[in-house]
Design a protein around this ligand. Structure first.
Ligand SMILES: C[S@@+](CC[C@H](N)C(=O)[O-])C[C@H]1O[C@@H](n2cnc3c(N)ncnc32)[C@H](O)[C@@H]1O
Length: 255
């Protein structure tokens, strides 16, 4: 049964763990934001990416397929959704939610629940829709970028829901980012031609069936002819890319 989200990970989630390996540089940013929390709840936890290893982690994830791919040694994940957290008020030091809020049917309720159960930081990683067209992918698959823009809630709305003083910052994507989001391949366009890489990016499920084959044909041709190199070759030299990934840090409702 599907119990949460705009994308059906129970049907499409296999292969996620292999392609979406947590990136250590992004992990360091998230873990710093968790402060000195000893207990951490990961909401929309998926396979366990970015869960800190040196703290007590509680994980919550609606998809059975995602839960079945939890990393070895990761805390087992409870079945549930952000909008109804099975925890008492202010019972957990810090709460994190990484690349998941765009899938929640009721964002305000979910964020309210995160604040309700948190004693300290509420740490969100999310995509900023208006920043998405900075990526050259917009020239090859504008439908995909437009679909993502429709899915991503405004960063300001997330920050406002996290209360006064919530901080927003850009998470730079490293050139060799191990977490296979689309922007991870800004300097490695060939990797986006691999169907397994695209299967772990839910955005392809939100465009018409003609978009993916056209994208593959056009990008392949441009890579073969040198056209991609001419237009975007400089991207291969950028050590990191300030794309659409944002860190939003707020506090529990008591703060
Ligand atoms: C792109 S994955 C991210 C997983 C993990 N946080 C990571 O960084 O790899 C999004 C996850 O959000 C989960 N999800 C969807 N709707 C949800 C909801 N309403 N409450 C909690 N999690 C949800 C999905 O099942 C999926 O595992």
């Amino acid at each position: 049964m599907r119990i949460g989200g705009d994308f059906d990970y129970d049907s499409n989630g296999m292969g996620y763990a292999a392609q979406r390996r947590p990136d250590p540089r992004i992990a360091a940013i998230i873990h710093r934001a968790l402060g000195d929390a000893r207990t951490v709840l990961n909401v929309g936890a998926g396979t366990g990416s970015y869960e800190p290893e040196n703290r007590h982690v509680l994980a919550l994830e609606p998809s059975a397929v995602m839960r079945s791919q939890r990393r070895p040694g990761a805390a087992p994940a409870i079945r549930g959704v952000a909008e109804a957290l099975p925890f008492d008020d202010q019972s957990i030091d810090a709460v994190m939610a990484v690349m998941t809020v765009h899938q929640w049917p009721d964002l305000a309720k979910g964020l309210g629940e995160l604040r309700r159960v948190a004693r300290g930081p509420v740490v969100i990683v999310a995509g900023d829709g208006p920043a998405l067209p900075r990526f050259w992918l917009n020239d090859y698959a504008p439908e995909l970028i437009a679909a993502e823009q429709r899915r991503y809630p405004p960063i300001e709305a997330i920050a406002a829901a996290l209360g006064q003083g919530a901080q927003v910052s850009t998470i730079p994507i490293p050139i060799d980012c191990t977490d296979g989001i689309t922007e991870a391949f800004y300097a490695r366009p060939e990797r986006l031609l691999d169907p397994a890489v695209r299967r772990a990016q839910s955005s392809w499920g939100f465009v018409g069936p003609e978009v993916e084959p056209r994208f593959v044909a056009t990008l392949s041709a441009d890579l073969a002819s040198g056209r991609w190199e001419e237009r975007y070759g400089a991207w291969r030299e950028r050590p990191s890319f300030d794309g659409a990934l944002r860190l939003i840090v707020g506090h529990g409702a008591s703060a």
